[in-house]
Design a protein around this ligand. Structure first.
Ligand code: ZN
Length: 244
């Protein structure tokens, strides 16, 4: 039978700490250092007998809180410590709170958790709305394009931010393919812009103009025009925005 796993407390003596289970201190120290993204020499490691019963881990966050740890609430991002929440200035809320642990997360209270879940859901709906609007806008403009929808990639992207009670689109990008194009394009709305515009890889610009009805000669001339001002800018990924 193997040696029993024991709990060790590994910390950078600053703000990062973890509890790891191992048979020996040096193993725990290495694992713990990895876990909190520190070098071996930057951490201290000592036994934490109070957590032995949780082997092989992880120790529930509520148990850590009960043992004097502090955590950041996943919802309101305030600090939970000693049964109270503390704001950015370290001021303690006057009412005691009952933190809840669900999956990998910890929230300062059930109400905070519920509000967080609702907020995430609303955010997702708002993001889906944004990409749906982008898709409708693009298809109305260029019905021949194909919108990329692979779930494993960054094809449909929206970033929204809560402004008062509503969500505002900060950035919306959807990728599409068009006849004749090699790399495809991106239909984008950036913060502060009122309309979507296309972002096309430089290598596809000529095809993009031809797709939009230009003759090959006109397309070549337009690409040349784009090339000239671009030459002054050392862009790592050449693309042309606002050519819709
Ligand atoms: Zn909270």
């Amino acid at each position: 039978m193997g040696e029993a796993l024991k709990a060790f407390y590994v910390t950078d003596e600053d703000e990062k700490a973890t509890v790891v289970f191992a048979t020996q201190n040096r193993i725990a120290r290495r694992e713990g250092a990895n876990e909190i993204d520190c070098e071996w020499g930057e951490v201290s490691c000592c036994r934490a007998k109070e957590f032995d019963s949780y082997a092989p881990g992880p120790v529930p966050k509520l148990a850590l809180l009960d043992n004097g740890w502090w955590m950041t609430c996943h919802g309101c991002e305030r600090r939970i410590e000693g049964g109270y929440v503390h704001d950015d200035h370290g001021d303690r809320d006057e009412h005691e709170t009952a933190p809840v642990e669900i999956g990998q997360g910890i929230w300062c209270s059930q109400d905070c958790h519920d509000a967080d879940v609702k907020d995430r859901m609303e955010r997702r709906v708002a993001e889906q709305w944004c990409t749906a609007i982008a898709a409708a806008d693009l298809m109305a403009r260029y019905p021949e394009v194909t919108i990329r929808t692979r779930p494993d990639s960054f094809c449909l992207h929206a970033y929204v931010q809560r402004v008062g009670g509503l969500y505002a689109a900060k950035q919306v990008r959807i990728q599409f393919d068009f006849p004749g194009g090699k790399y495809g394009g991106c239909w984008c709305l950036e913060e502060g812009e009122a309309e979507f515009s296309a972002s096309i890889a430089f290598g596809d610009l000529e095809a993009w103009y031809i797709f939009r009805g230009k003759t090959p000669e006109e397309a070549a001339r337009l690409v040349e025009e784009h090339r000239r001002p671009k030459a002054r800018v050392a862009a790592p990924t050449p693309s042309s925005r606002g050519v819709a």
